[in-house]
Design a protein around this ligand. Structure first.
Ligand SMILES: *[C@@H]1O[C@H](CO)[C@@H](O)[C@H](O)[C@H]1NC(C)=O
Ligand SMILES: *[C@@H]1O[C@H](CO)[C@@H](O)[C@H](O)[C@H]1NC(C)=O
Ligand SMILES: *[C@@H]1O[C@H](CO)[C@@H](O)[C@H](O)[C@H]1NC(C)=O
Ligand SMILES: *[C@@H]1O[C@H](CO)[C@@H](O)[C@H](O)[C@H]1NC(C)=O
Ligand SMILES: [Zn+2]
Length: 307
């Protein structure tokens, strides 16, 4: 009986009354229709969302392929103070970035210039990342979106299967607050409503990520944007080491609001099938460097002993 009622309700609520895409946390049933189109139905909004090279994915560490070409990412302009505007765009908070900020190296095969950064999070510091590692979801994930420098816009870059390079960083809960995030977190109070923005106090991208020598281990795969249109144009670089933020700092993001006035929480797309794709890992580079350092220290001590 209960099962029957459930199916009847499910059928009654099968259609969306609006063609706006949204996260699962925003989908509710009103008068027999969904208020917006949730992730399971995004292919109705953008057909590409149903294709086979979608993001995010679950990264299975046992199955990664070590790729010695995955040298460290070279960051340009990440140390510079930027005068940035942070916006609540109704789906996330986004910061527009100056195009003088660039990345190269890391077997990317081109220079990519920054466009914007944004975040995906859970609810009050609970799991909410998009990518997962061996099934584990982190509390938040940062995406720094870059395009091949030969293009003039994201719209142009997404027509190329490697037109976009996104750097993904996980966060983890730390006992102490990460004061480098004070500017961003304090600004959230001023942009609780969609369509509002505020200028951030002085901040550099290096303040938001980890020291570069802690970013040598990363995963690489070919995927898509994680919001509609879901364009399969992204070279993904997902770093292994997580950025620390306190529970309070992570929870501050849950005070933002969606356009329907409900808390902006669980702003992630569920993981997508990996299909034939391999995930590569930069691990051997780090291994080689440590092996060389180890060997050279052994030789140095031998040399010191024999002299
Ligand atoms: C739901 O239906 C009721 C009665 O027909 C109507 O008054 C109300 O505005 C509808 N709500 C929405 C969100 O469409
Ligand atoms: C942000 O909001 C606070 C009040 O909550 C206000 O004092 C401050 O001036 C605002 N900042 C900006 C840059 O608008
Ligand atoms: C910020 O908001 C103001 C007022 O709504 C708007 O005029 C301006 O274009 C916005 N700036 C950015 C960078 O989104
Ligand atoms: C992963 O490495 C293999 C070689 O082991 C290579 O053929 C493939 O193109 C690499 N994939 C990515 C996404 O870099
Ligand atoms: Zn994203």
């Amino acid at each position: 009986m209960n099962v029957l009622c459930f199916s009847v309700l499910a059928i009654l609520c099968r259609f969306a009354s609006s063609s706006e895409w949204c996260y699962q946390s925003q989908v509710t049933c009103t008068n027999g229709s969904h208020t917006c189109v949730g992730p399971d139905d995004w292919k109705e909004v953008a057909e590409t969302c149903g294709h086979s090279k979608q993001s995010p994915i679950n990264i299975v560490t046992k199955q990664v392929v070590v790729d010695s070409r995955l040298t460290p990412v070279q960051f340009t302009g990440y140390q510079e103070t930027i005068n940035a505007v942070i916006t609540n765009n109704g789906h996330t908070v986004q910061v527009k970035l100056p195009e003088s900020t660039k990345i190269s190296g890391a077997n990317l095969g081109a220079n990519y210039k920054a466009q914007q950064l944004h975040l995906h999070w859970g609810k009050n510091g609970e799991p909410g990342s998009e990518h997962t590692i061996d099934g584990e979801k982190y509390p938040m994930e940062l995406h720094i979106v870059h395009i091949n420098e030969k293009y003039n816009s994201v719209d142009e870059a997404i027509k190329d299967s490697s037109g976009v390079a996104v750097l993904g960083f996980f966060y983890e809960v730390s006992a102490n607050a990460n004061n480098k995030y004070d500017g961003i977190i304090n600004s959230l109070k001023n942009i609780t409503h969609p369509g509002t923005n505020v200028t951030l106090p002085a901040v550099s991208l290096d303040m938001l990520i980890l020291p570069h020598n802690e970013l040598e281990r990363y995963f690489r795969y070919e995927g898509s944007l994680t919001t509609p249109g879901c364009s399969e144009a992204v070279v993904w670089t997902v770093f292994e080491k997580a950025i620390p933020l306190s529970k309070e700092q992570l929870s501050a993001f849950s005070n933002l609001m969606f356009s329907d006035g409900t808390p902006m929480v669980n702003t992630f797309r569920p993981v997508q099938p990996r299909h034939e794709r391999t995930v590569n890992y930069s691990g051997s580079y780090v291994f080689c460097v440590s092996a060389v350092l180890l060997l050279s220290s052994v030789f140095t001590s031998l040399y010191t002993l024999t002299v």
